[in-house]
Design a protein around this ligand. Structure first.
Ligand SMILES: Cc1cc2nc3c(=O)[nH]c(=O)nc-3n(C[C@H](O)[C@H](O)[C@H](O)COP(=O)(O)OP(=O)(O)OC[C@H]3O[C@@H](n4cnc5c(N)ncnc54)[C@H](O)[C@@H]3O)c2cc1C
Length: 413
């Protein structure tokens, strides 16, 4: 099975990028060909910098080519929480970056990425419906964000074609796209701007600002690490800050014309910690994600996700699942992205915690700008204090598993 499931089957191939061979010099070496690395390469190359990007597998191979495609405005943490934690100025700066990220994703994905407007956050209980309404009022009064509208139980059922939610919040500022098409489109835009992309070129070590692969090396003025969940493998000092969660997605066969599923065609995410998130593809399949694991990916993903899908859409009992795949989400303890410097000229940005489709655009831009001498955006991101995951190298996995399992149980309250 294709690692990127339906997305690989529905995206035109990129002109292949060769593996790195030999020793080359660049202004900026980007490691990682997902949204962050591609955005960094694109922004840097557009200034005329000589940019080389190294991707271990193929462009968009990891989270960026497998995700739910949902464009979520704002940050993963609510603004009121950020204000209490970081102060109103810093929280406001982070909101401004998230708005810039949203504008960038809608601009860069405008052509050929199946981009659509409309996002629904579905409350899984009355308490969360109330919390969504309070957050909406806060965003409206404090940040002038007017795209949100609460929906009653009946309106939600009509918009989504399911009766499982007591209420929901429509967000006209959000939306969805085809993530692998977007990754490949960004790669095309970066190449057109002059960036050199190498695939099948895993970086195995960094010595100063020289990045080495099996076939060669890149010596650059700056190195930008954009490996998300995998950054810790290359730079062990960063590993205590990033946890892995495997998230599972299925794609049905094209839905029958009379199936009442997402008539409003928005992307939907519910409010649980281990959430259901779903949307329709342009060829009218339901792409449904639910369940995750912290250790293993089951051999057969479809039977794991199908019961969650049928709980929301029992009308799909006779509809076949044609694709199933998983992806690794890099999450931080704070649920905010983690940006910083390994050394003065080696920078990293990762850990969008399931909220990266838009934020990676500004994350990559911030990395590129910092390398080119303007660290203003980078510093806003890097000033968010990171927190280490508990447990040290040996107990980290079991302790993170225990913490996340606890959150799963809280969903039942
Ligand atoms: C299943 C799933 C569903 C998600 N759904 C959503 C969603 O609906 N909305 C949302 O906002 N976010 C979502 N996310 C999160 C979002 O996809 C990520 O935040 C985002 O794609 C991160 O992009 P990135 O470029 O930082 O990392 P990645 O896309 O993971 O890219 C990192 C790249 O680095 C490469 N790499 C790693 N190590 C090396 C090395 N040593 N040398 C060279 N290359 C290396 C990898 O192969 C990979 O291509 C989801 C994530 C997953 C996995």
């Amino acid at each position: 099975m294709e690692p990127q499931g339906y997305y690989a089957a529905s995206t035109a191939a990129l002109p292949p990028a060769l593996p790195l061979r030999g020793d080359i010099r660049a202004d900026i070496c980007v490691v990682g060909g997902g949204f962050t690395g591609l955005s960094a390469a694109l922004h840097a190359a557009r200034t005329g910098a000589k940019v080389v990007l190294l991707e271990a597998e193929t462009i968009g191979y990891a989270a960026s080519g497998r995700n739910g495609g949902q464009i979520h405005p704002g940050n993963r943490k609510e603004q009121a929480e950020l204000e209490a934690w970081l102060g109103p100025q810093h929280a406001g700066d982070l909101w401004a970056l998230s708005e810039e990220a949203r504008a960038l994703v809608f601009a860069y994905a405008a052509v050929g990425c199946d981009l659509k407007r409309g996002l629904v956050i579905a409350a899984h209980n009355e308490r969360m419906a109330q919390a969504l309404a309070e957050d909406a009022a806060h965003l409206e009064s404090r940040y002038d964000y007017h795209a949100l509208r609460m929906m009653s139980r009946a309106e939600t059922a009509e918009a989504l074609g399911t009766e499982v939610y007591p209420a929901a919040r429509f967000d006209g500022g959000g939306g969805h796209l085809h993530p692998l098409k977007f990754a490949r489109s960004l790669a095309g835009q970066a190449r057109a701007a002059g960036a050199m992309l190498f695939e099948h070129s895993p970086a195995h070590s960094i010595d100063g600002t020289t990045v080495r692969t099996a076939g060669g090396s890149v010596t650059a003025d700056h190195v930008l690490l954009a490996c998300d969940a995998f950054t810790g493998t290359l730079v062990p000092d960063v590993a205590p800050y990033i946890a892995h969660v495997e998230s599972f997605i299925v794609a049905t066969e094209p839905l029958p014309t009379d199936a009442n599923v997402l008539p409003n065609d928005a992307a939907v995410a519910d409010t649980r910690h281990v959430l259901d998130y779903y949307r329709k593809s342009t060829d009218n399949r339901l792409l449904f994600a639910g369940r995750e694991s912290y250790w293993n990916v089951p051999k057969d993903i479809a039977p794991v996700v199908r019961p969650r899908m049928l709980r929301v859409f029992p009308q799909l009992a006779d509809v076949a699942i044609e694709y199933a795949w998983s992806g690794t989400v890099g999450i931080t303890r704070t649920r905010m992205p983690h940006f910083g410097r390994v050394s003065p000229r080696v920078l990293f940005g990762h850990g969008y915690s399931g909220h990266g489709v838009a934020l990676t655009m500004v994350g990559g831009k911030a990395l590129a700008e910092a390398a080119l001498g303007n660290p203003e955006r980078f510093d806003i991101l890097a000033r968010v204090p990171p927190r280490k995951l508990p447990g040290g190298p040996f107990l980290r996995k079991p302790m993170v598993t225990a913490a996340l399992t606890l959150l799963k149980w809280r969903d039942l309250l």
